[in-house]
Design a protein around this ligand. Structure first.
Ligand SMILES: Nc1ncnc2c1ncn2[C@@H]1O[C@H](COP(=O)(O)OP(=O)(O)OP(=O)(O)O)[C@@H](O)[C@H]1O
Ligand SMILES: [Mg+2]
Length: 242
């Protein structure tokens, strides 16, 4: 498929849900290589379900989800997490009772036999987030919300994935921590990572991402370039987000 060449992620005709009910319907979108894309939408729109469908956590899914040229529909989360996609899940879900560094190393399990690569990735996380290095021996869940979010992003980076997915990383963070998060996301973007960011905060999405898609009731209802969205567009998105 020629249209996948410059894209890290191509989603076409993706439907799926839980038990007997579909909650996402015929979804199509893409994330270019090195591009940061936001998926915006109100509570219950199906944003997390889309991320679960991409990472293989959602069993009931149909359509195609191509990551780096591989259709991952039909693959399980363990296969997909081997370098194709990694996620910062809703609520971060750090490993309780484990140190910051252990959390990072657990994120890099697939590369554990390649010690040089693991050490290199660990160093790149520490270079990006000095605060994470400073607290590397602490219990991860004892850190502040903003610091924990950095650990969760670092853990995602440790598997060196083609595609990085983040599910509402700003949720529950204080304003100062949100400013740090925006800086962190911008740095990830500067490293040419391919990013799919789920957010309810339109301002964060527009600041960090190249393009946005709006999801409503399980369908993509709008899309655009972040730089083209003026005050009017922003009001429209806010209206969708209720
Ligand atoms: N495990 C589940 N079992 C059954 N239904 C679910 C499950 N998880 C989500 N749903 C339903 O699927 C729909 C989409 O939920 P989803 O979590 O994807 O929305 P969301 O856009 O991520 O919302 P939020 O902004 O609140 O996180 C909702 O109607 C929700 O109730
Ligand atoms: Mg969600």
């Amino acid at each position: 498929m020629s249209n996948t060449i410059d894209n890290t992620l191509v989603v076409e005709g993706l439907s799926g849900g839980y038990d007997r009910f579909d909650v996402i319907h015929d979804i199509a979108f893409r994330v270019g290589r090195g591009e940061a894309v936001a998926l915006l939408g109100p509570n219950g729109a199906g944003k997390s379900t889309v991320l679960r469908a991409i990472t293989g956590l959602l069993k009931h899914r149909r359509g195609t989800v191509t990551i780096d040229g591989t259709n991952v529909v039909g693959m399980g989360p363990h296969q997909i997490s081997r370098g194709l996609a990694a996620m910062v899940p809703e609520g971060r879900r750090l490993f309780v009772g484990q140190s910051v560094e252990d959390n990072l190393r657990l994120g890099g399990m697939r590369l554990r036999k390649d010690r040089a690569r693991t050490d290199q990735l660990l160093q790149s996380v520490y270079d990006l987030f000095p605060v994470v290095e400073r607290y590397k021996a602490r219990e991860a869940t004892a850190l502040s919300g903003g610091e924990q979010q950095m650990v969760a992003i670092g853990r995602m980076m440790m598997s060196d994935p083609s595609l990085m997915l983040l599910d509402e990383p700003s949720l529950g963070l204080a304003p100062l921590a949100i400013a740090d998060l925006i800086t962190a996301l911008q740095q990830l973007r500067e490293r040419k990572s391919s990013i799919l960011l789920v957010e309810q905060r339109v301002d964060i999405a527009l600041e960090v991402c190249d393009r946005i898609y709006v999801l409503s009731e399980g369908r993509i209802v709008d899309e655009g370039r972040a730089s083209d969205i003026g005050t009017e567009g922003r009001a429209l998105i806010d209206a969708y987000l209720g």
